[in-house]
Design a protein around this ligand. Structure first.
Ligand SMILES: NC(=O)c1ccc[n+]([C@@H]2O[C@H](COP(=O)([O-])OP(=O)(O)OC[C@H]3O[C@@H](n4cnc5c(N)ncnc54)[C@H](OP(=O)(O)O)[C@@H]3O)[C@@H](O)[C@H]2O)c1
Length: 273
Protein backbone atom coordinates (compact mmCIF):
# COMPACT_ATOMS: atom_id res chain seq x y z
CA UNK A 1 0.00 0.00 0.00
CA UNK A 2 1.71 3.13 -1.23
CA UNK A 3 1.15 6.79 -2.02
CA UNK A 4 2.79 8.24 -5.15
CA UNK A 5 5.24 11.06 -4.58
CA UNK A 6 5.42 13.97 -7.04
CA UNK A 7 8.82 12.66 -8.18
CA UNK A 8 7.14 9.44 -9.37
CA UNK A 9 8.37 7.20 -6.57
CA UNK A 10 6.01 5.19 -4.33
CA UNK A 11 6.09 5.69 -0.55
CA UNK A 12 4.47 3.28 1.94
CA UNK A 13 1.33 4.67 3.56
CA UNK A 14 2.47 3.92 7.14
CA UNK A 15 5.84 3.49 8.78
CA UNK A 16 7.68 2.82 12.00
CA UNK A 17 8.95 5.81 13.99
CA UNK A 18 12.20 5.06 15.83
CA UNK A 19 12.66 8.02 18.17
CA UNK A 20 13.63 7.67 21.07
CA UNK A 21 15.11 4.21 20.48
CA UNK A 22 18.87 3.75 20.72
CA UNK A 23 20.85 1.38 18.45
CA UNK A 24 20.25 -1.61 20.74
CA UNK A 25 16.50 -1.04 20.84
CA UNK A 26 16.09 -0.01 17.19
CA UNK A 27 17.67 -3.11 15.68
CA UNK A 28 15.20 -5.72 17.05
CA UNK A 29 12.28 -3.29 16.72
CA UNK A 30 12.95 -2.71 13.02
CA UNK A 31 13.55 -6.42 12.46
CA UNK A 32 10.20 -7.22 14.06
CA UNK A 33 8.43 -4.43 12.18
CA UNK A 34 9.67 -5.75 8.84
CA UNK A 35 8.43 -9.23 9.76
CA UNK A 36 4.99 -7.69 10.39
CA UNK A 37 4.99 -6.05 6.96
CA UNK A 38 6.25 -2.54 7.74
CA UNK A 39 8.31 -1.22 4.84
CA UNK A 40 8.88 2.43 5.83
CA UNK A 41 11.36 3.10 8.64
CA UNK A 42 11.84 6.63 9.96
CA UNK A 43 15.14 7.58 11.60
CA UNK A 44 17.33 10.71 11.84
CA UNK A 45 20.96 11.58 12.46
CA UNK A 46 19.95 13.18 15.75
CA UNK A 47 18.18 10.02 17.03
CA UNK A 48 21.51 8.24 17.43
CA UNK A 49 20.10 4.95 16.13
CA UNK A 50 21.05 4.87 12.44
CA UNK A 51 23.50 2.01 13.06
CA UNK A 52 20.81 -0.11 14.69
CA UNK A 53 18.33 0.67 11.91
CA UNK A 54 20.95 -0.09 9.25
CA UNK A 55 21.88 -3.40 10.85
CA UNK A 56 18.22 -4.47 10.81
CA UNK A 57 17.87 -3.42 7.17
CA UNK A 58 21.01 -5.39 6.26
CA UNK A 59 19.59 -8.51 7.93
CA UNK A 60 16.04 -8.09 6.62
CA UNK A 61 14.63 -11.07 4.73
CA UNK A 62 13.29 -8.76 2.02
CA UNK A 63 15.11 -7.05 -0.85
CA UNK A 64 16.55 -3.61 -0.13
CA UNK A 65 14.30 -2.12 -2.85
CA UNK A 66 11.22 -3.20 -0.89
CA UNK A 67 12.23 -1.09 2.09
CA UNK A 68 11.83 2.67 2.32
CA UNK A 69 14.40 4.17 4.69
CA UNK A 70 14.03 7.81 5.71
CA UNK A 71 16.67 9.75 7.58
CA UNK A 72 17.10 13.43 8.41
CA UNK A 73 19.86 16.02 8.51
CA UNK A 74 20.69 17.36 11.97
CA UNK A 75 20.47 21.11 12.60
CA UNK A 76 24.19 21.61 13.19
CA UNK A 77 24.85 20.46 9.61
CA UNK A 78 22.83 23.07 7.73
CA UNK A 79 24.58 24.74 4.76
CA UNK A 80 25.64 23.25 1.40
CA UNK A 81 28.93 21.53 2.27
CA UNK A 82 27.93 20.60 5.80
CA UNK A 83 24.73 18.98 4.51
CA UNK A 84 26.64 16.85 2.01
CA UNK A 85 28.94 15.74 4.86
CA UNK A 86 25.97 15.08 7.12
CA UNK A 87 24.40 12.89 4.46
CA UNK A 88 27.59 10.86 3.97
CA UNK A 89 27.86 10.32 7.73
CA UNK A 90 24.26 9.11 7.91
CA UNK A 91 24.72 6.86 4.89
CA UNK A 92 27.86 5.35 6.46
CA UNK A 93 26.12 4.74 9.81
CA UNK A 94 23.17 3.17 8.02
CA UNK A 95 25.52 1.14 5.81
CA UNK A 96 23.36 1.85 2.76
CA UNK A 97 24.14 2.74 -0.85
CA UNK A 98 21.22 5.15 -0.92
CA UNK A 99 18.40 6.36 1.28
CA UNK A 100 14.84 6.46 0.02
CA UNK A 101 13.92 9.79 1.56
CA UNK A 102 16.20 12.44 3.02
CA UNK A 103 14.62 15.25 5.03
CA UNK A 104 15.84 18.56 6.44
CA UNK A 105 14.85 17.89 10.04
CA UNK A 106 14.02 21.49 11.05
CA UNK A 107 14.18 24.74 9.05
CA UNK A 108 16.02 26.72 11.78
CA UNK A 109 15.03 30.07 10.21
CA UNK A 110 17.21 31.94 12.71
CA UNK A 111 20.30 30.52 10.97
CA UNK A 112 18.88 31.21 7.51
CA UNK A 113 20.79 28.36 5.86
CA UNK A 114 17.92 26.10 4.83
CA UNK A 115 17.90 27.26 1.17
CA UNK A 116 21.60 26.38 0.77
CA UNK A 117 20.92 23.12 2.56
CA UNK A 118 18.14 22.40 0.08
CA UNK A 119 20.56 22.98 -2.83
CA UNK A 120 22.71 20.17 -1.39
CA UNK A 121 19.62 17.96 -1.16
CA UNK A 122 18.86 18.61 -4.84
CA UNK A 123 22.43 17.55 -5.66
CA UNK A 124 22.04 14.35 -3.60
CA UNK A 125 18.88 13.51 -5.51
CA UNK A 126 20.57 14.14 -8.85
CA UNK A 127 23.34 11.74 -7.75
CA UNK A 128 20.74 9.10 -6.87
CA UNK A 129 22.05 8.94 -3.31
CA UNK A 130 18.77 10.23 -1.89
CA UNK A 131 16.04 8.82 -4.11
CA UNK A 132 13.49 11.37 -2.85
CA UNK A 133 14.05 14.58 -0.91
CA UNK A 134 11.80 16.49 1.41
CA UNK A 135 11.59 18.63 4.50
CA UNK A 136 10.25 18.39 8.02
CA UNK A 137 8.64 21.06 10.15
CA UNK A 138 8.68 23.58 7.29
CA UNK A 139 5.98 26.24 6.91
CA UNK A 140 4.44 26.84 3.46
CA UNK A 141 6.43 30.08 3.17
CA UNK A 142 9.69 28.23 3.86
CA UNK A 143 8.80 25.58 1.27
CA UNK A 144 7.96 28.25 -1.30
CA UNK A 145 11.33 29.84 -0.73
CA UNK A 146 13.34 26.66 -1.37
CA UNK A 147 11.20 25.87 -4.42
CA UNK A 148 11.62 29.41 -5.81
CA UNK A 149 15.38 29.32 -5.33
CA UNK A 150 15.98 25.88 -6.87
CA UNK A 151 12.93 25.02 -8.98
CA UNK A 152 12.67 21.76 -6.99
CA UNK A 153 9.76 21.15 -4.62
CA UNK A 154 10.04 18.87 -1.58
CA UNK A 155 8.15 15.62 -2.16
CA UNK A 156 7.22 15.34 1.54
CA UNK A 157 6.80 17.59 4.57
CA UNK A 158 6.90 15.64 7.83
CA UNK A 159 5.00 17.64 10.46
CA UNK A 160 3.38 17.14 13.85
CA UNK A 161 -0.13 15.91 13.12
CA UNK A 162 -2.82 14.21 15.22
CA UNK A 163 -6.50 14.89 15.95
CA UNK A 164 -5.55 17.39 18.67
CA UNK A 165 -3.45 19.32 16.14
CA UNK A 166 -4.92 18.51 12.72
CA UNK A 167 -3.10 21.22 10.69
CA UNK A 168 -5.99 21.64 8.23
CA UNK A 169 -4.51 24.63 6.39
CA UNK A 170 -1.08 23.06 6.07
CA UNK A 171 -2.55 19.81 4.76
CA UNK A 172 -4.71 21.65 2.20
CA UNK A 173 -1.68 23.63 1.04
CA UNK A 174 0.40 20.45 0.72
CA UNK A 175 -2.37 18.86 -1.36
CA UNK A 176 -2.49 21.87 -3.70
CA UNK A 177 1.26 21.59 -4.23
CA UNK A 178 1.45 17.79 -4.55
CA UNK A 179 3.43 17.39 -1.32
CA UNK A 180 2.77 14.30 0.80
CA UNK A 181 2.02 15.07 4.45
CA UNK A 182 3.83 12.70 6.81
CA UNK A 183 2.56 12.73 10.42
CA UNK A 184 4.92 12.72 13.40
CA UNK A 185 3.54 12.05 16.88
CA UNK A 186 0.55 10.56 15.02
CA UNK A 187 -0.80 9.05 18.25
CA UNK A 188 -0.36 12.32 20.11
CA UNK A 189 2.87 10.82 21.49
CA UNK A 190 0.76 8.14 23.23
CA UNK A 191 -0.49 10.58 25.86
CA UNK A 192 -4.01 11.94 26.52
CA UNK A 193 -5.32 11.49 22.99
CA UNK A 194 -5.79 7.72 23.27
CA UNK A 195 -7.95 8.20 26.40
CA UNK A 196 -10.28 10.76 24.84
CA UNK A 197 -13.94 9.58 24.99
CA UNK A 198 -14.37 10.25 21.24
CA UNK A 199 -11.46 7.92 20.46
CA UNK A 200 -12.51 5.28 23.01
CA UNK A 201 -16.14 5.28 21.80
CA UNK A 202 -15.11 4.82 18.17
CA UNK A 203 -12.67 2.08 19.13
CA UNK A 204 -15.44 0.22 20.95
CA UNK A 205 -17.89 0.74 18.06
CA UNK A 206 -15.44 -0.68 15.50
CA UNK A 207 -13.95 -3.40 17.70
CA UNK A 208 -10.52 -1.75 17.36
CA UNK A 209 -8.00 -0.16 19.69
CA UNK A 210 -7.82 3.63 20.24
CA UNK A 211 -4.48 3.74 18.40
CA UNK A 212 -5.97 1.96 15.39
CA UNK A 213 -8.81 4.48 15.21
CA UNK A 214 -6.37 7.39 15.28
CA UNK A 215 -4.06 5.84 12.67
CA UNK A 216 -7.07 5.13 10.45
CA UNK A 217 -7.97 8.85 10.73
CA UNK A 218 -4.51 9.70 9.31
CA UNK A 219 -4.89 7.17 6.49
CA UNK A 220 -8.27 8.61 5.50
CA UNK A 221 -6.81 12.12 5.41
CA UNK A 222 -4.16 10.85 2.98
CA UNK A 223 -1.37 11.46 5.50
CA UNK A 224 1.43 8.95 6.17
CA UNK A 225 1.70 8.25 9.93
CA UNK A 226 4.90 6.92 11.51
CA UNK A 227 3.80 5.63 14.94
CA UNK A 228 6.63 4.67 17.27
CA UNK A 229 6.39 1.51 19.27
CA UNK A 230 9.00 -0.89 20.54
CA UNK A 231 6.29 -3.23 21.84
CA UNK A 232 5.57 -6.14 19.46
CA UNK A 233 1.83 -6.24 20.16
CA UNK A 234 1.40 -2.48 19.71
CA UNK A 235 3.53 -2.58 16.57
CA UNK A 236 1.17 -5.22 15.19
CA UNK A 237 -2.00 -3.31 15.96
CA UNK A 238 -0.57 -0.06 14.60
CA UNK A 239 0.03 -1.73 11.24
CA UNK A 240 -3.48 -3.24 10.96
CA UNK A 241 -5.44 -0.17 9.98
CA UNK A 242 -6.19 -0.76 6.31
CA UNK A 243 -9.03 -3.27 6.74
CA UNK A 244 -11.72 -1.04 8.25
CA UNK A 245 -12.95 2.47 7.70
CA UNK A 246 -14.31 5.40 9.62
CA UNK A 247 -17.56 6.99 8.42
CA UNK A 248 -17.82 10.74 7.71
CA UNK A 249 -19.60 11.01 11.09
CA UNK A 250 -16.72 9.18 12.82
CA UNK A 251 -14.21 11.52 11.17
CA UNK A 252 -16.30 14.52 12.27
CA UNK A 253 -16.28 13.24 15.85
CA UNK A 254 -12.48 13.08 15.78
CA UNK A 255 -12.44 16.61 14.36
CA UNK A 256 -13.93 17.79 17.68
CA UNK A 257 -10.57 17.02 19.35
CA UNK A 258 -8.93 19.91 17.48
CA UNK A 259 -7.55 22.47 19.93
CA UNK A 260 -5.11 20.49 22.05
CA UNK A 261 -2.30 22.24 20.16
CA UNK A 262 1.32 21.33 19.52
CA UNK A 263 3.14 18.74 21.64
CA UNK A 264 6.50 19.44 20.02
CA UNK A 265 8.52 22.36 18.67
CA UNK A 266 7.24 25.30 16.63
CA UNK A 267 8.94 25.47 13.17
CA UNK A 268 9.46 29.22 13.45
CA UNK A 269 11.30 29.11 16.75
CA UNK A 270 12.55 25.57 17.36
CA UNK A 271 16.32 25.22 17.74
CA UNK A 272 17.74 21.73 17.18
CA UNK A 273 21.37 20.74 16.85
N1 LIG B 1 10.39 15.25 12.27
C1 LIG B 1 10.33 15.52 13.54
O1 LIG B 1 10.69 16.62 14.00
C2 LIG B 1 9.83 14.49 14.49
C3 LIG B 1 9.50 14.84 15.81
C4 LIG B 1 9.03 13.83 16.67
C5 LIG B 1 8.90 12.52 16.18
N2 LIG B 1 9.26 12.21 14.90
C6 LIG B 1 9.11 10.82 14.36
O2 LIG B 1 7.77 10.42 14.56
C7 LIG B 1 7.74 9.18 15.28
C8 LIG B 1 6.49 9.07 16.10
O3 LIG B 1 6.32 10.17 16.97
P1 LIG B 1 6.32 10.03 18.57
O4 LIG B 1 7.17 8.89 18.97
O5 LIG B 1 6.60 11.39 19.10
O6 LIG B 1 4.79 9.76 18.93
P2 LIG B 1 3.68 8.64 18.64
O7 LIG B 1 4.13 7.68 17.63
O8 LIG B 1 2.43 9.42 18.43
O9 LIG B 1 3.54 7.93 20.06
C9 LIG B 1 4.52 7.07 20.58
C10 LIG B 1 4.12 6.66 21.98
O10 LIG B 1 2.88 5.95 21.93
C11 LIG B 1 3.04 4.64 22.48
N3 LIG B 1 2.26 3.74 21.62
C12 LIG B 1 2.60 3.29 20.39
N4 LIG B 1 1.63 2.50 19.89
C13 LIG B 1 0.66 2.43 20.84
C14 LIG B 1 -0.57 1.75 20.91
N5 LIG B 1 -1.01 0.98 19.90
N6 LIG B 1 -1.32 1.91 22.04
C15 LIG B 1 -0.88 2.68 23.05
N7 LIG B 1 0.28 3.34 23.06
C16 LIG B 1 1.06 3.22 21.94
C17 LIG B 1 4.52 4.35 22.45
O11 LIG B 1 4.91 3.49 23.49
P3 LIG B 1 5.53 1.98 23.25
O12 LIG B 1 6.80 2.11 22.48
O13 LIG B 1 5.74 1.49 24.63
O14 LIG B 1 4.49 1.21 22.50
C18 LIG B 1 5.11 5.74 22.64
O15 LIG B 1 5.14 6.08 24.02
C19 LIG B 1 9.05 9.21 16.10
O16 LIG B 1 9.41 7.94 16.55
C20 LIG B 1 10.00 9.80 15.07
O17 LIG B 1 10.41 8.78 14.17
C21 LIG B 1 9.70 13.18 14.05
Amino acid sequence: MTVMLADGRPMPRLGLGTWPMDDEEARPAVTHAVSLGYRLIDTAASYGNERGVGAAVADAPVAREELFVTTKLRGSQHGYDAALRGFEESRARLGLDYVDLYLIHWPLPGRDLYADTWRAFVHLREQGLARSIGVSNFTPAQIERVADETGVWPAVNQVELHPGFPQRDVRAWHAEHDIVTESWSPLGAGRKLLDEPAVRDLAAAHGRTPAQVVLRWHAQLGAVPIPKSANPERMRQNFEVFDFSLSPEDMARLDTLDGAGRLGGDPDTHVEL
